[in-house]
Design a protein around this ligand. Structure first.
Ligand code: CP
Length: 317
């Protein structure tokens, strides 16, 4: 594997899941693979899980790990070409990227959608610059449009908990006070389509995702209908994708909060969320603390997904 930015880079999904099982059972089996190799993790945005789980995955593989928070201690980066740099950004990303590449063997990048320009976000301008100019394999730790390490961990978790071969998985929008990117729902949809589960997306009108990611999912605006018979409820907020409302909050309707009444409509579904989660906006205390909540094992599987991907990249260095 050279770069990992989406489900399209994973290859045979069954093989990837077998690799995940092996990594989970034998986390230190490949320490030689990463010996004397340096992993650089670059964060343009905050993180708890991605930061820790990807570091842990690198350490499990015997790698040296460096973490850089661009907004805390690094020079502020100019990302546009042709700009007269007389403002508050002393370094251009086109120098910074190859310099960073010269200090490591593999680069992970977190760079969220900025909602300033939909085309820039959906063309993954920052992530693609790292791929083009770093000279190193690059993997996404959540970019503008996708969060593939999260989605792979979600898939691993569903495979571990599912009781039927083809479970009903429901992605539900839920309210949030801030405008959040579509990366997690886009990516989750892409992986659920690839896994060929019975997959339903439910959200208020106006929150339609890019059709490219929705794929074969059934879009059901009636949330109660969507919940019925579900085996997994995956909650997430996202801001509007469609023009002219790109990046806007259209609703904070708390009837979309995942609560016990709606969970009672399901087939005793498991509750999932990528975290961090705002309680009693996205999900009630009762549901997230209840026996069907699997958010902690889901987060724990972030080490597994990252380790599988790093291992595949290391093998091809
Ligand atoms: N789920 C996730 O990516 O968490 P962090 O934003 O804390 O990394």
């Amino acid at each position: 594997m050279r770069n990992f930015t989406s489900v399209h880079d994973i290859g045979d999904m069954n093989l990837a899941l077998q690799n995940a099982k092996f990594v989970k059972e034998h986390p230190y089996a490949d320490q030689e693979l990463g010996k004397n190799k340096t992993l650089l993790l670059i964060f343009f945005n905050s993180s708890l899980r991605t930061r820790l789980s990807t570091q842990k995955a690198g350490l499990n593989l015997g790698m040296n790990v460096i973490v850089l928070d661009i907004n805390q201690g690094a020079w502020k980066l100019e990302t546009e070409r042709g700009v007269i740099m007389d403002g508050d950004k002393p370094e251009h990303i086109l120098e910074a990227i190859p310099v960073m590449g010269s200090y490591c063997d593999i680069i992970g990048v977190r760079s969220f959608a900025q909602f300033a320009n939909k085309a820039d976000d959906y063309n993954e301008v920052i992530l693609n610059q790292f791929i083009q100019y770093s000279g190193r394999p690059v993997f996404s730790m959540e970019a503008a449009t996708r969060h593939p390490l999260q989605s792979f961990a979600d898939l691993i978790t569903i495979e571990e908990y599912k009781k039927t071969e083809r479970p009903k998985v429901v992605l539900t929008w839920a309210p949030h006070p801030k405008a959040l990117p579509q990366a997690v729902p886009n990516s989750f949809a892409e992986w659920m389509n690839a896994a060929d589960y019975e997959f339903v997306i439910t959200h208020p009108e106006g929150y339609e995702l890019d059709e490219k990611f929705v794929g074969n999912a059934v879009v059901e605006y009636d949330k109660e209908k969507a919940y019925r018979g579900a085996d997994f409820i995956y909650a997430k907020n996202w801001a509007a994708y469609q023009d002219p409302n790109y990046g806007k909050i259209l609703s904070t309707d708390r009837s979309w909060t995942v609560d016990s009444d709606k969970m009672a409509l399901t087939n005793n579904a498991y509750f999932m969320h990528c975290l961090p989660v705002r309680r009693n906006m996205i999900v009630s205390d009762e549901v997230i603390e209840g026996p069907q909540s699997i958010v902690i094992p889901e987060a724990a599987n972030r080490v597994v997904s990252a380790q599988v991907i790093l291992k595949e990249i290391l093998k091809d260095l």
